[in-house]
Design a protein around this ligand. Structure first.
Ligand code: CA
Ligand code: CA
Length: 199
């Protein structure tokens, strides 16, 4: 038990000591659709010029909310994001799209800004509610979202000894698998709700 406590403490210290995409952080006040939301900003770099910013998830495309698929995508994004702490990696090339929305990768974080999951952009695609649409004029490459070697979550684990790192990876994998199972159940319920089986 003492060994486990030490491992957990090491993990927490490591997570606290390493960087994260934190060009802006805050909490989500509104979900507009499956790929767009409003963030009340707690802190941000010089590109943030208002208390609330509209965020467009980079390089993904969710259906519009005037169709059933779009409503389901918004419902999923709401479950994932509403009232949650989020940090943003803002596109360094264009910053905003033609509608003034920040082009970003978004990450769910704890209250201290430490990343808890892969980027939300990827999670929405994994759910089947959106597809990858890779705009080449931004800094992001969706191919890297599924590579653990290039993940900020991975960066947060950098510098940890091999044994501890293995323990952390297994723990995080368990959490992600749980999250995936939970999401699958939510999606199944949503599909039943949208298209109930005829009696
Ligand atoms: Ca950036
Ligand atoms: Ca891109």
């Amino acid at each position: 038990m003492r060994m486990l406590s030490a491992l957990v403490m090491l993990a927490l210290l490591s997570l606290a000591a390493n960087g994260a995409p934190d060009e802006a952080c805050g909490h989500v006040s509104r979900v507009v659709d499956g790929d767009t939301f409003d963030l009340i900003v707690d802190k941000g770099d010089s590109r943030i010029d208002s208390a609330v910013v509209r965020v467009r998830l980079a390089d993904v495309d969710a259906p519009e909310v005037d169709c059933e698929e779009g409503k389901a995508a918004k419902e999923l994004a709401t479950i994932l994001l509403l009232d949650r702490s989020v940090c943003l990696d803002i596109d360094d090339f264009n910053v905003r799209d033609k509608y003034g929305r920040l082009i970003c990768l978004a990450y769910l974080t704890d209250r201290n800004g430490q990343i808890l999951t892969p980027c939300v952009n990827r999670m929405i695609v994994d759910s089947g509610m959106a597809t990858v649409k890779d705009f080449k004029d931004n800094e992001f490459d969706p191919d890297k979202w599924w590579s653990t070697a290039d993940s900020p979550l991975n960066d947060a684990l950098g510098g940890v000894g091999g044994e501890v790192e293995g323990f952390l990876r297994r723990m995080l994998l368990d959490i992600l698998n749980e999250l995936q199972r939970w999401l699958n159940q939510v999606l199944e319920d949503l599909r039943d709700w949208i298209a109930p089986t005829p009696a």
